[in-house]
Design a protein around this ligand. Structure first.
Ligand code: ADP
Length: 548
């Protein structure tokens, strides 16, 4: 027997429609690429989104067509999210930090019909355009006065397009399973692959991350996504903010500590989200200048493991609650979040912190398990590491264009490529990506655990641990670290810091200090580049296995 409830499809334009009706005077504030702060409301945004939708239709954008964006977090990018999806097309957010060849591949593979770009990417677009013949027009996200001097034959101006239309437009009925967004993985192995989100997956994910144990957002919140809108849709925040009626603050291209801090204070930001590296800059700037937050109180940190020492600094020195979020492009991205349970309140402080330092519990909708190399499920004992598998309504079932073939394991599980433990309360702890795992004497050593210890040394600014071939143990960990300014920390002192903090056989065999560590296009440590850089490295001659 069917239930007697209305069968209303979940849709992305419904989110902005709701924000317009119920939170029409709530602000969206952007640090614009042109310079000044831009300020308007959900009502204004929805009007311009409908005008943009008409402009897209006039340009021949059809249902299912892909529309690319090369843009920072800002109001025009937000408008594109809704206008493109609202007419039934697919917004394809492109990471401008990728290598030129990857950008060309992605634009052509997605077969983008139009590409919208921030004017700071004009030179990049000039180079891309001749290699992307399928793009009918490149649209500069600015007004006529700021139009870049591009050599493109097909350059259009965003404000001219929007200005030429009126907002008399009704959103069409859309199938909730139809595509609304496309985001490519960074392609650390092989070509990038496209993850294609649906209206249904996007709305369900937006609802799930609003919850108190995840981003904890409501109509009183002021949310500033530091994570870029080209990095898995800024983790869903541009969809969740209208859903709950939160004020949105977009930082544009200025992601340094000073600029971010000023925006947090000026706009009364309460909530945020970003990868660990951006918080390094912010903490450093605030400590150097003796600053404090007036309103900021909670953030999600994810994308890579947040070192416990960073969590502690944010909590104890700046009064900010940090929740770990774990996921990937293929999981929309949030799959788990780290919040305590009621029963944890009675635990001693150290035990409660140990729980928060894990990657968190699955959100409702996400199922998770760990398996061995043969696919057999492993115990949830918080100790045994295994390959992490997930499934759920916002987890990918395959890649755009059928790339990679059938990606799901039996039972419909998505293999995440991460290795971790799950405890009896279903908290996940990521120990490594499977390709970064260090295998020493037949056992696994967690590079993340070692990086966290190194980072907890007060004179270490950043640290990465990689496994390198070893004549006796198969592989051994090498620690590559960046000292804080002015520090003279040496190898032995840093290795001494590991004593008592981990098993003796986990302690790295050597330390190399460098001026900076390589990062990927999404701000993560690039272990692949590090392994490449140190491929001729030789273990110290004092190691008996090496001299033998
Ligand atoms: P890429 O790193 O290839 O650009 P994603 O942005 O989708 O792709 O990254 C997903 C990966 O990032 C995960 O598989 C995991 O290895 C890592 N990751 C994400 N969040 C966390 C976290 N909270 N802790 C540890 N690792 C994380």
């Amino acid at each position: 027997m069917d239930g007697l409830m209305m069968n209303v499809p979940l849709s992305v334009p419904a989110l902005i429609g709701h924000a317009d009706r119920c939170h029409g005077d709530t602000e969206i504030v952007s640090r614009s690429i042109e310079g000044p702060i831009h300020r308007y409301t959900y009502l204004d945004a929805h009007q311009r989104i409908r005008r943009l939708a008409r402009a897209l239709l006039r340009r021949g954008v059809d249902r299912g067509d892909r529309v690319g964006t090369l843009a920072w977090n800002g109001y025009r990018h937000f408008e594109l999210y809704y206008a493109v999806a609202g007419i039934g097309a697919v917004v394809h957010t492109i990471n401008p930090r990728l290598f030129h060849d990857q950008l060309v591949y992605i634009v052509n593979h997605a077969d983008d019909r139009l590409v919208f770009f921030d004017i700071c990417f004009a030179a990049l677009v000039d180079k891309l355009a001749p290699q992307c013949p399928g793009v009918a027009a490149w649209v500069a996200m600015t007004d006529a006065a700021h139009l870049p001097e591009a050599r493109l034959p097909t350059l259009l101006c965003y404000e001219d397009l929007v200005g030429a239309e009126d907002d008399d437009y009704e959103w069409p009925d859309l199938d909730e399973t139809s595509a609304c967004g496309l985001c490519y993985t960074s392609g650390t192995t092989g070509n990038p692959k496209g993850v294609l989100y649906s209206h249904r997956s996007t709305v369900l994910h937006a609802l799930a991350i609003a919850l108190p144990d995840v981003a904890n957002l409501g109509a009183k919140s002021v949310v500033l996504p530091i994570v870029p809108m080209f990095h898995v849709n800024a983790w869903g925040l541009p969809y969740t903010a209208p859903l709950v009626g939160a004020k949105l603050v977009f930082p544009g291209a200025a992601l340094d500590g000073k600029s971010l801090y000023a925006l947090f204070e000026d706009e009364g930001v309460t909530h945020s989200a970003g990868v660990p590296t951006v918080w390094l800059g912010m903490i450093d700037y605030m400590k150097t200048n003796g600053l404090a937050f007036s309103t900021f109180r909670e953030t999600i940190i994810g994308g890579s493991a947040c070192p416990p020492a960073m969590m502690r600094t944010l909590r104890e020195d700046f009064g900010v609650v940090v929740k770990h979020g774990w996921g990937m492009t293929e999981t929309s991205p949030v799959a788990t979040a780290g919040a305590q349970k009621g029963k944890h309140a009675l635990l001693p402080d150290a035990a409660r912190m140990a729980i928060l330092e894990k990657q968190g519990r699955p959100l409702f909708g996400v199922e998770m398990k760990i398996v061995d190399a043969e696919g057999r499920e492993l115990p949830r004992d918080g100790k045994t590491p295994g390959n992490v598998m997930v499934r759920g309504p916002w987890v990918a079932s395959g890649y755009f264009g059928g790339e990679g073939g059938d990606v799901l394991a039996p039972g419909g599980w998505f293999p995440t490529g991460d290795v971790g433990t799950i405890d009896a309360d279903h908290y996940l702890q990521i120990t490594d990506r499977s390709k970064d795992v260090i295998k020493s004497g037949g056992e696994w050593i967690s590079s993340i655990a070692l990086e966290n210890i190194a980072f907890s040394h007060p004179e270490v600014a950043e640290a990465a641990v990689i496994g390198l071939p070893h004549p006796k143990w198969d592989e051994r960990p090498l620690l590559v670290a960046v000292r804080k300014a002015g520090s003279t920390l040496d190898r032995d002192a840093l290795l001494a810091h590991f004593e008592g903090r981990t098993a003796r056989w986990w302690v790295p065999d050597d330390v190399i200090f460098v001026d900076e560590l390589p990062h990927t296009a999404t701000g993560k440590l690039s272990k692949r580049s590090l392994r490449e850089r140190f491929r001729h490295y030789r273990w110290p001659a004092s190691d008996p296995a090496v001299t033998a």
